[in-house]
Design a binder for this molecule. Sequence first.
Ligand SMILES: [Zn+2]
Length: 315
Amino acid sequence: MASQTEPEPTLLPAEVTRIRIPITDGSEPETSGYLLRHANDSVTIVDPGESSSLARSAVDCALASAGSPAVAAIFVTHAHRDHAAGAPALARRYDVPVIIHPAELAETEASRDDSWRERRNRQLREWGVPKDQAKAMLGSPHLLPDWQDIKLLLVTDGELLPFSNERFQVVGVPGHTAGSLALFAVADSLLLSGDHLLGHRHVGVGIGADSGIDPIGDQLASLERLRNIGPAVIAPGHGGPFAKVEDRITSERAHLLRRLAEVRSSLDRAPTLSLWQRAATLTWRRPWAELDSRQRRVALTQLAHFVSHLDHVRE
Ligand SMILES: [Zn+2]
């Protein structure tokens, strides 16, 4: 069993260990989970990764390297499958609660039934996706494993992380999802950011069963919030910890504002296009014609959020 833990003495305090957790079917190779060691030597596992034997063994290795401490709780920054799907099995195994924001329960509720299909079909119709394309774009549900019978400890912005002896403060950073949470260790000036802010790429906004009313507005506000908190180091949900946080915030904000300007000028030029038609006229990381069905669905979701933000600020 290869060790997936990395001592990172330069950026992380001794009580925080990064776990590199492989993703078996995503666009990224791995997520970053963390072990937080508390004063009584127990640990909280942050974002245990997807539900796979590879992910499970990465977490097991990290626990073994840490001397097999008692597990106090599992904390999930948000309920996306690549961060949280492994949480229920671990919670059952250690008989501990999963700490999560209430808005993320929409994601776990959506995993219990078939309503995603109806929701997505309705969306594709509203976006003006042609019938012959809609079927391929429907895709499959991003279902989480069964969360029933899991003890949930619901937390929101401003609370202290349970079991952490007041070391970590819970910070609400809605945008990527409506219930995205970060953890801030004041004494270490360290913030665990989940998918709110990454070091190596821009994050998607409003991705989940509950996107909130204006995810772009939420994300911009959360970035401002983060700037005010001013952590020296960020430990993100993908990739390694990084400093120069202010620069990353500035670049993420500039990226969103650039995109908003592009969408605004498209709306001014051609106000009656459907979302599907408009998408084909905008710039994407790759040409629109080359994007596959899943990428197009994600792209349209993002575009819908940008349009609704502009509606929102116009009102
Ligand atoms: Zn995510």
